[in-house]
Write a protein that binds this ligand. Structure first.
Ligand code: NAD
Ligand code: USQ
Length: 384
């Protein structure tokens, strides 16, 4: 089966493209390489030195004999997207190609508008291109657990059955996202749901939690295949940041009280979840939603776990509760369901001491590349 990985030069996309190629899918990568450009405009860089996409793909071919087609361009450019799809003829489209940082979307009006236009228009273009030429292809779209926010009731997988004034219906689960980025995912979900309904498209929205880790079976094969690992205050995410902070002796940056609870998963499970979704396509006209995370942690608990793992490796790790730059609940109920991917066969890699050790050792190896000025958060949600 031919699978087009949109956003295949990014953190989740690169690992997924290689995994799918390794598993025997015929893989294409489509990416406009904008993430590399946004990093350079912000003056930030991945901890790991990542090779240009063409070199990465070439090295993959040298090592495995497998080819990956490359389409460099922007999905907000409809004619480019439509031509790339017609050339590649995908059976499944995996869509990672969005601006995915909450802080980036909250820098100012320009970044909020950019994030929503890039994400919403890109996804709408994919839906139209599918309707025109590939109505039977399966769209596997990356959403986010953050679409739900932190309601004071259990979070279901996409839909909730409600009884109201004696009548009953199953409706989309209420959304209370916490940034203009997370809101862009909600807008996408609505557009995809509508397109499935009116055009009979098939789609799976994967509401993914925060991803951690860097090595997968494939990206660990060779230095040239190494994945990106972000640690800066804009694109770095909680656990990855904490491990890198511990490795360089920077106090761990817990925002506020640290009682914020989120779903998390190992990047080795991200790639597996995508494979599972592709192998079990949604039915025609169906907008399916899976919650893609394996464990729930509070930010304070994660910081404590990293401190303990760091101490056992001889690192002196401090935890610093910073004023929270975001507007979010710092203590709340959070109980989200995640059984749909498990029912389809996902066998999770749970967070373990050995994973923390290997992430800490990995961070130690590249710590010379860290710019300490980029660690503290600089983007605020608050009105000035
Ligand atoms: P990333 O920034 O590393 O990768 C995204 C890729 O998409 C980049 O290579 C970028 O150049 C490309 N891209 C962006 N806009 C594009 C456009 N208009 N046209 C073509 N290419 C475009 O991000 P990531 O961490 O790999 O996240 C991938 C997806 O998974 C995102 O949709 C994100 O919202 C979702 N997600 C990520 C996480 C996480 O923890 N990293 C968690 C949940 C969901
Ligand atoms: N946080 C800290 N300290 C840090 C970084 C984050 O306390 O140094 C806190 C934040 O305040 C927040 C939580 O940790 O409460 C998660 O923040 P994050 O930056 O790790 O993740 P988030 O902004 O939610 O975004 C990331 C990805 C995004 C994805 C999302 C999944 O960048 O693409 O959609 O995780 S989820 O969080 O489930 O919505």
């Amino acid at each position: 089966m031919k699978v087009l990985v949109i956003g295949g030069d990014g953190y989740c996309g690169w690992a997924t493209a290689l995994h799918l190629s390794n598993k025997g899918y015929d893989v294409g990568i489509l990416d406009n390489l904008s993430r590399r450009y946004w990093d350079s405009k912000l003056g930030v860089d991945t901890l790991t030195p990542i090779a240009p996409i063409q070199k990465r793909i070439q090295r993959w071919q040298e090592l495995t004999g497998k080819t990956i087609d490359l389409f460099v361009g922007d999905i907000t450019d409809y004619s480019f997207l439509s031509q790339a799809l017609q050339q590649f003829e995908p059976g499944a489209i995996v869509h990672f190609g969005e601006q995915r940082s909450a802080p980036y979307s909250m820098i100012d009006r320009e970044h909020a508008v950019f994030t929503q236009v890039n994400n919403v228009v890109g996804t709408l273009n994919i839906l139209y291109a599918m309707k025109e030429d590939f109505p039977d292809a399966h769209l596997v779209k990356l959403g986010t657990m953050g679409e739900y926010g932190t309601p004071n009731i259990d979070i279901e997988e996409g839909y909730i059955t409600i009884e109201h004034n004696g009548r009953k219906d199953t409706l989309p689960y209420p959304k209370q996202p916490g940034s203009f980025y997370h809101l862009s995912k909600v807008h996408d979900s609505h557009n995809i749901h509508f397109a499935c309904k009116i055009w009979g498209l098939r789609a799976t929205d994967l509401n993914q939690g925060v991803v951690y880790g860097v090595l997968t079976e494939e990206t660990g094969m060779d230095e040239m295949l190494i994945n990106r690992l972000d640690y800066d205050g804009v694109f770095g995410t909680a656990l990855n940041r904490f491990c890198i902070q511990a490795a360089i002796g920077h106090p761990l940056t817990v925002y506020g009280k640290g009682g914020q609870t989120r779903g998390f998963l190992d990047i080795r499970d991200t790639v597996r979840c995508i494979d599972i979704a592709i192998q079990n396509p949604a039915e025609e006209g169906k907008f399916r939603v899976f919650n893609q995370f394996t464990e729930l942690f509070s930010i304070s608990d994660l910081a404590m776990m990293v401190k303990k793992a760091g101490n056992s490796l001889g690192l002196d790790v401090e935890i610093n509760n910073l004023d929270n730059p975001r507007v979010e609940l710092e203590e709340h109920y959070f109980n989200a369901k995640n059984t749909k991917l498990l029912d389809l066969g996902l066998q999770p890699h749970y967070l373990s001491d050995s994973l923390l050790d290997s992430l800490l050792n990995f961070a130690e190896k590249y710590k010379g590349r860290v710019d300490k000025e980029q660690i503290l958060p600089k983007v605020s949600w608050h009105r000035k």
